[in-house]
Design a protein around this ligand. Sequence first.
Ligand SMILES: Cc1ncc(C[n+]2csc(CCOP(=O)(O)OP(=O)(O)O)c2C)c(N)n1
Length: 678
Amino acid sequence: MKGVIEHSADNIRILSAAMVEKAKSGHPGGAMGGADFINILYSEFLNYDPTDGIWINRDRFFLDPGHMSPMLYSVLILAGYYTLQDIENFRQWGSITPGHPEVNPAKGVENTSGPLGMGHTNAVGAAIVEKFLVTRFGDWMSHKIFTFISDGGVQEEISQGAGRIAGFLGLNNLIMFYDSNDIQLSTETKAVTKEDTAKKYEAWGWKVMTIEGNNQNEIRNALQVAVNEKEKPTLIIGKTIMGKGAIAQNGTSFERQTSTHGMPLSDAGASFENTISSLGGDPSNPFTLFPEVKDYWDKIKRTKIQIARERKDRQSQWEIENPELAKKLHKFFSGKIPEIDFSLIEQKQNIATRAASATILGYLAEKVENMIVASADLSNSDKTDGFLKKTKQFVKGDFSGAFLQAGVSELTMAGIANGMALHGGVIPACATFFVFSDYMKPAVRLAALMELPVKYIWTHDAFRVGEDGPTHQPVEQEAQIRLLEQLRNHSGKRSVLVLRPADAIETNVAWKMALENTHTPTALLLSRQGIPDLPAVKSRYKEALMAEKGGYIVHKDEGNIDIVLVGNGSEVSTLMGGANLLKERKGYNVQVVSVISEGLFHEQDPDYQHSVIPENLPVFGLTAGLPVTLAGLVGARGLVYGLESFGFSAPAKVLDEKLGYTSENVFNKVVEYLNSLK
Ligand SMILES: Cc1ncc(C[n+]2csc(CCOP(=O)(O)OP(=O)(O)O)c2C)c(N)n1
């Protein structure tokens, strides 16, 4: 005889199968197999308040296999976040139940998931933040981070980084359920792997338990052990049954079939009707809750709200006893940054923008108490050591610092930064060489989609990396990341802000813009080499503040302008050199423009844009990236000089000469260009 808990799990299976069947697309098999775990987790372990989804002290649940959204949506109906109508519109235009879940904490969805491996990495980031906050505000804040991973997520390379870091840091607040059903999309897992996953995670320092993943008692016992674990993150390997409960036309079992991974049961060869009937549902009306299941969850809901109430009361009491800390806590979670006067950050002359960034980071380490900086084993090159010098790295048992040494794992680091931002309460930044931003891209894209204010510090921004050669010299990377500047997020905003400052003081402004941008990720592209400071008419800082408009005039000759020179980053100072030669030798009047962000520049009113880059004048662009990087700025008649090949191994100065990044070459190219227009 099944009890209410089995009925509840069956209800999740029925709803999952039904929404996929109705939408005529989706993934029922995994959801049906994972139903027993999610059922116990949400009813007996996870602390949440369905009437207050954004309660800061809730436990977090991060789904990794986004294709198992039917399982999540179904349990969120039981938990009180969603309605049955919501899932009838599964995968439809405008619904809150997209094919893969999209972040919406108020509705119980903690992360956008779909690219396998990402969700559990977010959980690692959230677990780090929990430790960070408990260290600063006390044990009353402690909560758990649960995550659910599947065969695909375990296979994804990113799991190597997430597993290593969580084990190394001893994240005992992290509990991961592995839905090990031995079936993936094209094949069974045995066709592609013979790894001993338990041993792998044990080697990283995890506590590992292997259970029958469809057995409620084993699930409950394992979770009980996990929530009491003091030293290690926990992995519960649940051996589950793909498509649990699926029945064929002839009434036999249709479980453990690869085909149920990604299509409606009826398309997969099972009988939808037989399956629903056998699970106790009504095939003609599957979008219903069993009455006793509804009663059971109504009771759970009341208990959850009551527990949350008690925890909130404890917080209120703490706030009364610790008013200063309470103020800080609210500030942290407001997402706002403290008042910072970036004009006070002094910079040495003619330095690399990465060095300028180090100075700023040192300042921020003391002013922005909830900033966490990470580097993928390049802290002394990407100059996040400016921050590290004022704090210390996270280690097991000590999260009083604010620096994550992520090791060589750029994608993991970026996924963790997303998880930190998703948790809330902190401002995450992460750093590596710009060329390796390619290794981070899937997480950057998700940050852009989720509208997370993560800061990317990407240094060694061009071929002037020099002797390290073409593998280390970004060429097409700026054009790639600026494509995301053109892509709108769900709020209609440009999905990322990309800033390549032209000198040290413009880097102050860039960091100001990055911190003040609390709505999207921001990328800072910073130079390895020293850059001559741009000329100041009065105050360089005040003039550089014009970068907040995306682009501005850094130099303008008297009289009618003959040519506008456009660039960003270190090319602006090269253009300045060219401008001087053009004036000196030819008497041309030149306007030099620094466009720190093309996306932002194009947001300005047309009059401003035309005052900076007039429409009727010849425009010459210089970029160390692909010429297309500036194509949107110079217009149809304009000319861009850029790099059209990979870099080369040689000292930076030699590369500048050979590749034409000199004032002399700017002079020659502009004269040629102007002659061609005559
Ligand atoms: C990064 C990434 N690569 C590929 C996919 C496509 N994909 C979605 S599910 C899946 C198979 C994964 O199988 P498993 O995780 O075992 O899920 P189950 O079959 O148990 O539902 C694949 C390849 C993806 N979503 N993300």
